[in-house]
Design a protein around this ligand. Structure first.
Ligand code: ZN
Length: 333
């Protein structure tokens, strides 16, 4: 074999190996590029391709009603929701405990961060924003919970909060008082407040479905307000209430001689019920139900089930995953 030929073979081997290296580097660069950019691409894809109408229900502030009321509602309907947690409020009065958070997550709920102390992020220093966003995530993770997404307190945000949120979270939900709901940006997910009256949000659901959009509704504490007459005695905060003859059960929050606010635990309180405090023995006649969030939420879920069976109930993570899966489809062929 002449040396010239050997040289050519070696050079060809070197060339082949260099080419392989270049290809490998390019492929891995493309992969890392695609993973780093998913956060923005998946949203744009949902906006432009409008594949499946998605529905997400978020309970803000980590109220105990997420657990004592909503958990069973969503379980019975075979659906999931999200709970946005202020970490300094965990285990405090009327808020979720650590074990309740775990039970919700085990039921398929997504736990979201809602900062450490619930400040208006647009009014505090960049350093403090960083602490609020980072520490709330760390605390939830130390408790053994998965957390990928954030909800801005008071739905307030600006360019600085977005820049910091991008470091720690996959997405953030803001909110706007608009009747039309759709996605704008991944760090400014548009959402709408679930009002006490179902009729007010029915057309928003109709619209989201016909536009094949992702609709996010948010709610705070689940409660109910009723008008009372012939009140006798004084109800105690936190005591259980029985409603007869409807058979409904509630938990007293506060009231005066003509109105009462309570947590609707089960059943449907009706006009003409007698409301009895289980500890205080106070009684009153239920004159009129002003609103009942528990009923409204059930009505909302069943409205979607009956009218839009292909509208999927998803957590924030699942919605983002759906978008990414759709984005990658062409490459899998
Ligand atoms: Zn809040």
């Amino acid at each position: 074999m002449c040396p010239g030929f050997l040289n050519t073979v070696i050079n060809k081997k070197k060339l082949f190996s260099s080419l392989t290296t270049i290809i490998l580097i390019t492929v891995s660069a493309l992969f890392s590029l695609s993973s780093c950019c998913n956060s923005t691409n998946d949203i744009k894809f949902l906006q432009t391709n409008k594949l499946v109408p998605l529905f997400t229900f978020v309970f803000d502030d980590g109220n105990e009603t997420d657990y004592i009321v909503a958990k069973d509602i969503f379980k019975e309907e075979g659906e999931v929701a999200c709970s946005a947690i202020v970490t300094d409020w965990i285990n405090t009065n009327d808020h979720l405990t650590v074990s309740q958070l775990h039970e919700l997550q085990n039921d398929g709920w997504e736990i979201l961060s809602h900062t450490k102390t619930h400040p208006k992020l647009t009014t505090i220093s960049e350093n403090r924003i960083n602490t609020e966003l980072y520490q709330s995530k760390v605390v939830l993770e130390h408790l053994g919970l998965k957390v990928n997404n954030l909800v801005y307190p008071y739905n307030k945000y600006n360019d600085t909060t977005i820049k910091i949120a991008e470091k720690y979270y996959r997405s953030v939900r803001g909110g706007r008082k608009i009747r039309y709901v759709s996605i704008s940006e991944q760090y400014q997910l548009v959402s709408y407040a679930n009002k006490h009256t179902f009729n007010k949000i029915k057309d928003i659901i109709d619209n989201a479905y016909s536009e094949k959009q992702w609709l996010i509704l948010f709610h705070h504490r689940i409660d109910a307000r009723i008008k009372l007459v012939n009140k006798n005695g004084k109800y105690s905060p936190g005591e259980n209430l029985s409603f007869e003859p409807s058979g409904a059960i509630g938990k007293f929050i506060k009231g005066n001689s003509t109105a009462m606010l309570f947590v609707p635990l089960s059943g449907t309180p009706l006009a003409n019920d007698t409301v009895t405090g289980q500890l205080s023995g106070a009684v009153a006649h239920l004159d009129k139900v002003d609103y009942n969030d528990r009923e409204t939420i059930i009505e909302l879920i069943e409205y979607i089930h009956n009218n839009y069976p292909d509208m999927r109930f998803v957590t924030i993570n699942e919605a983002l995953d759906t978008a990414i899966a759709s984005l990658r489809l062409p490459f899998q062929r």
